[in-house]
Write a protein that binds this ligand. Structure first.
Ligand code: NAD
Length: 429
């Protein structure tokens, strides 16, 4: 529980408290000891940096950045950096812990971390943004590293952000080491050492998880209807890939508003529009709707792909979808999850569903380490294998413990892996 006066994420209270409740439910399922609960209930390191940046008008502004390193018992700390005015310590702690569970669940050799800067990147010029990113990277200094802590993109950041971080880090190391440190960040552009398939990886992973669920429950994805919150990296890739599989996107919302069309919104056309215009606002080939109406859309699949705490006790009862797919991190409050369970709406949990990003980040890191480039089919194939294996373990554990939710089962699989490693290694000294 936050105890040090840190900011709460929003009016739904502490996101880290939600994360701890989810963690404890999974821990109960596998009988995790009190010692390990204590250790895993807090991040190992909480780094906060305040750094000045010269703005275009000559003024200096001081920015606050975070890097929370939750756990590294399975491998280097790993997780995105988020740029948003809502970024705060409590939020980043929750997001960092979710990265630990995600990597453990997918059995990839990474720990969990998350970072962010509390500011609105859309209010900065490109030059200001570059200075903010470079100065943040410089302020983090040796707290990140290619085998120590490896950032990636998240909400509000992108592949260009990662290239600036990599270049700044490389220029702060000795010249003979520069070629070896590319993997200090993942999610880079293809040209600077990124991986094929990283840009769409999280959306691709969402669709692989949906296919797994559809096979399990006997649902036909090719005639499905979908509503999505968020048309950024994750939301738009998910929408486009689902459309290729025959599904129809009927409603979309983002920070500027919401649109709907009963005949289907063309996901590729909408992506072009958002790229040119910055949001779904004004999109000419759909109707403008109230953003709150997205939750009650008459669709089979509802995909929150924007922010946390979006599906709440206020809108969960209105949901008509058969399945909620948590492409975003933490989009469902604890109360809303209970309501969805009573309504028999399946919830595919974030730590499984959006793990495609960190998995392909792992592939990028491996490729950088061995100076290789894998082709897209190879990346997609390996991604699917890892996600389906993780989904199989979740389903198996859930069948074994009938009363558990998919989320509890996903946590239990992840925590069992961490428990085994801690038991074998012991606690130093
Ligand atoms: P992004 O910045 O590319 O897109 C964010 C989207 O959310 C945009 O469409 C934006 O308009 C929308 N949005 C912002 N505020 C909103 C609001 N108040 N109401 C409705 N929509 C709003 O970010 P992203 O990388 O797509 O990340 C989206 C979510 O997915 C986040 O929860 C992130 O943590 C999670 N995630 C991302 C990755 C990744 O690889 N990028 C991996 C795993 C999980």
């Amino acid at each position: 529980m936050p105890s040090d006066g840190e900011n709460m994420s929003n009016d739904h209270g502490s996101l880290f408290a939600t994360a701890l409740t989810q963690f404890n439910r999974g821990a109960d399922l596998i009988g995790l000891s009190d010692d390990l609960r204590q250790i895993l209930s807090q991040p190992k390191n909480e780094i906060i940096v305040n750094f000045p940046v010269k703005m275009d008008d000559g003024r200096f502004e001081v920015f606050t950045g975070y890097r929370i390193q939750h756990n590294n018992v399975l491998g280097p700390y790993k997780g995105g950096v988020r740029f948003s005015p809502l970024v705060n310590l409590d939020e980043v702690k929750a997001l960092a812990s979710w990265m630990t569970w995600k990597s453990a669940l997918c059995d990839i050799p990474f720990g969990g971390a998350k970072g962010g800067i509390s500011f609105d990147p859309h209010r900065c010029s490109s030059e200001e943004l570059e200075r903010v990113v470079r100065r943040f990277t410089h302020s983090l200094g040796g707290n990140i590293g290619p085998d120590y802590d490896i950032p990636a993109p998240d909400l509000g950041s992108n592949s260009q952000t990662m290239v600036w971080m990599m270049d700044t880090y490389a220029n702060s190391t000795g010249s003979s080491e520069r070629q070896n440190v590319k993997r200090v960040v993942t999610g880079k552009t293809l040209e600077t050492g990124g991986s094929h398939g990283r840009e769409k990886a999280t959306g691709q992973g969402v669709v692989f998880c949906l296919q797994h669920w559809a096979d399990e429950v006997g649902f036909d994805l090719s005639s499905a209807t979908v509503a999505l919150q968020g048309w950024g990296n994750v939301g738009s890739a998910t929408g486009r890939i689902l459309q290729v599989h025959g599904a129809k996107v009927l409603a979309v919302s983002d920070h500027a508003g919401a649109i709907a069309d009963q005949d289907g919104i063309d996901a590729f056309d909408l992506t072009d529009w958002v790229q040119e215009n910055g949001s779904v606002k004004g999109y000419p080939n759909a109707d403008w709707i109230e953003p709150s109406d997205l939750w009650s859309a008459d669709v089979d699949i509802l995909i929150p792909a924007a922010l946390e705490n979006q599906i709440t006790a206020d809108n969960a009862n209105d949901i008509k979808a058969k399945v909620v797919v948590e492409a975003a991190n933490g989009p469902t409050t604890l109360e809303a999850e209970e309501i969805l369970s009573e309504k028999s709406v399946d919830v595919l949990p974030d730590i499984l569903v959006n793990a495609g990003g960190v998995i392909v980040s792992y592939f990028e890191w491996l490729q950088n380490r061995s100076a290789q480039r894998w082709d897209l089919d190879d990346v997609d194939h390996r991604l699917r294998e890892i996600l389906w294996a993780a989904a199989d373990s979740v389903v198996a554990l859930q069948k074994d413990r009938e009363s558990s939710s998919r989320r509890d089962a996903a946590y239990a699989v992840a925590l069992q892996r961490l428990k085994t490693v801690y038991n074998q290694r012991g606690i130093f000294p």
